[in-house]
Design a protein around this ligand. Structure first.
Ligand SMILES: CSCCC(=O)/C(O)=C/O
Ligand SMILES: [Fe+2]
Length: 205
């Protein structure tokens, strides 16, 4: 089953709670793609030898990887780190995470400034694009083990919002809006003439 995502309610109650709206307002994988968030489902039981993971790493250039176990007994400065992860922030590079065990939430800001909560479970791998505002929290189980991947030498630096002046943010906004426009045309009218024209306008090859 694909990853589940939904628009969050606006309650201030515990960050680890699901914060679904009532009725629930699900978010599709297509919507996530339009935001530049990409998803794979893998078999985490064989991550050490998984040819599918190898293929993705080669294809995407994810040369670096390490594993982080997030639990109060395993992560030094657990509370402080969780507080930091939950601040709305961006990175200048893509954030790539693969859940090997346990579960947790990533929240991403959509174009309308609403929070989308992505429920990450064992076997879920996502990339959050450079420049997207997001945050991370444990859920009520308080445990996850994740593989962190990176293109080249990792840079973990996070910039809390507001961080609008960074090139990565401006680039993100430009590509997200062209992507949204492109998907809109595809949905509205997939006539090849329109699509080709739009690709040209956006300099897409
Ligand atoms: C699951 S890894 C911890 C979270 C993190 O590294 C990050 O940058 C969250 O946005
Ligand atoms: Fe982050």
């Amino acid at each position: 089953m694909a990853v589940e995502a939904w628009y969050m309610d606006s309650s201030e109650e515990g960050q680890r709670k699901p914060h679904r709206r009532n009725p629930n307002e699900p978010v599709s994988l297509d919507k996530l793609k339009r935001l530049g968030v990409f998803y794979w489902k893998l078999n985490a039981d064989i991550y050490e030898t998984d040819p599918e993971l190898e293929r993705i790493r080669k294809e995407q250039g994810y040369s670096y990887m390490d594993i982080i176990s997030i639990h109060k007994d395993t992560l030094p400065n657990y509370e402080e780190k969780l507080k930091m992860f939950f601040e709305e922030h961006l990175h200048l590079d893509d954030e790539i995470r693969y859940i090997l065990d346990g579960q947790a939430y990533f929240d991403v800001r959509c174009e309308e400034e609403r929070w989308i909560r992505i429920a990450m479970k064992k076997g879920d791998m996502i990339t959050l694009p450079a420049g997207i505002y997001h945050r991370f929290t444990m859920d009520e189980t308080n445990y996850t083990k994740a593989m962190r991947l990176f293109v080249g030498e990792p840079v973990w630096k996070a910039y809390n919002r507001p961080a609008d002046d960074f090139d990565a943010r401006q680039k993100y906004l430009a590509t997200a809006s062209s992507r949204a426009c492109f998907f809109w045309v595809l949905r509205d009218d997939s006539s090849s003439y329109m699509v080709v024209r739009l690709k040209r306008t956006l300099s897409w090859r």
